[in-house]
Design a protein around this ligand. Structure first.
Ligand code: HAM
Length: 406
């Protein structure tokens, strides 16, 4: 878990505000759910995922309730839908931290932030395209160019189940030639064996059956429409038949945004898909759902790699330097701020030299020097920090003067 210090924190806020604009312009409203939920909400993500079996921050609270910090938000959104029964379609967006006990490394943290959207109650493939396009537009607005979109379909639940069995048979035939980790994965979730990046597994993955062979007509038609829609919007994508994603709830369309220079295990900047059975598993009516979550931490690392979306903390307009020692520095600073200007000041009665150093370091456009003689004459001294001569101006001109030169 990390601290995010200023000025880096500035980007986090702007990241969220750009995301908010993109999704609210498409009719999504913000949903805020608790950081902690009954652990059962998250075990519905799937008993065969690492997120549930190894990574949950689950504990018993003082009331003996089994709860967990959230590892993601999709399950919480579905829980909220099942609980409040809003009128579908329900289009929501969210932002906030998630917690997974993972082995931390660059781009993989135990507390990480996501922004995302979920839509409940719509089956239409055009919505899959809308959801993917929102994420795509957002990356573009950040200035990211090197993001690859990969898509796949896991078919309808029956297709998926038949495919999983075919994979099981295929990988079991490989026997001990598969790595031990993959044999363990196979016992729990044959699909995830396709995720293995280990060399000895590669030939068996290459020769594995393909999901497309198992699609029902409906699943094929849905996936074809998604691809046509992406093409119609000019969004480049690649179909990746081995894309399975790490969470168990997915059905039909899945997608991932890959990029940056992170290791391949961390190169997913975001991902999502359809999870048509999740609301029902959480006690609601059968409800189709789709959404994505983008990792804020990883996306910002990708921005660093591409040299885009740097920190731009708000610059100060004025830094008040006080040599008079009365209450004028206090009131002048307050007046500047009340006028909508960004102003800071020195404290602790430091020397003029020390205060000017602070003014310099603050990056303010002006130092406003409050001296005894000037005050007696109803004036202040204004010094442009970028260079140029200082000026003595009437105190009443201070705000227009600073504003005029912003
Ligand atoms: P996910 O693939 O587990 O999907 O996470 C989405 C994104 O969150 C990842 O692509 C990555 O950028 C970021 N992320 C995940 N774990 C970490 C970590 N330990 N450290 C840093 N970043 C991380 C989900 O969470 C699904 N809820 C997405 C979704 C929404 N599917 C449908 N709707």
């Amino acid at each position: 878990m990390r601290d995010i210090l200023p000025p880096d924190s500035d980007r986090w806020r702007r990241f969220n505000s750009i995301f908010t604009e993109v999704v609210e312009a498409a009719g999504y409203g913000q949903l805020m759910t608790p950081l902690i939920e009954d652990v059962g909400v998250f075990t519905r993500i799937g008993e065969a995922t690492d997120v549930v079996t190894k990574e949950l921050y689950a504990f018993e609270d003082r009331g003996g309730r089994h709860v967990s910090l959230r590892p993601e938000l999709t399950a919480s959104v579905c829980r909220a839908y099942a609980q409040h029964r809003p009128t579908p379609p329900w289009k929501v967006w969210y932002t906030g931290p998630n917690f997974r006990q993972e082995k931390a490394q660059r781009g993989r943290y135990r507390q990480f932030d996501q922004v995302g959207v979920e839509v409940l109650g719509v089956d239409d493939a055009d919505l899959d395209v809308e959801v993917i396009a929102l994420a795509w537009d957002f990356y573009r607005q950040l200035g990211l160019q090197r993001v690859d979109l990969v898509v796949n379909s896991l078919g309808e639940p029956d297709d998926r189940a038949r495919y999983v069995e075919a994979l099981r048979t295929h990988f079991e035939a490989a026997g001990d030639a598969l790595t031990e980790q993959s044999r363990e994965t196979l016992a729990k979730n044959p699909l995830r064996v396709l995720d293995s990046k280990r060399e000895p597994d590669a030939p068996f993955i290459a020769s594995a059956p393909q999901i497309a062979e198992f699609y029902s007509d409906d699943a094929s038609a849905h996936f074809a429409r998604v691809q046509d829609g992406l093409t119609a919007l000019g969004i480049p994508f690649a179909v990746e038949p081995k894309l399975v994603r790490g969470l168990d709830y997915y059905r039909r369309t899945i997608f991932e945004f890959q990029g940056g220079t992170l290791d391949s295990a961390q190169n997913a900047l975001g991902g999502g898909g359809r999870y048509d059975g999740l609301v029902e598993a959480l006690g609601g009516p059968p409800t189709p759902g789709i959404g994505f979550a983008l990792g804020v931490d990883r996306t910002l690392l990708a921005c660093d790699d591409e040299g885009v979306f740097a920190s731009e903390p708000r610059p100060l307009d004025a830094f008040v330097v006080d040599t008079a020692g009365g209450s004028e520095a206090l009131t002048i600073t307050a007046e500047l701020r009340a006028a909508g200007l960004a102003a800071d000041r020195a404290f602790d009665g430091r020397s003029m030299k020390a205060q000017m150093k602070l003014a310099n370091r603050s990056g303010a456009a002006f130092a406003v020097i409050v001296g005894t003689d000037e005050l007696a004459a109803g004036a202040v001294v204004v010094k442009p920090m970028a260079g140029g001569d200082q000026q003595t101006i009437p105190r009443s001109d201070l705000i227009p003067h600073v504003k005029a030169q912003r």
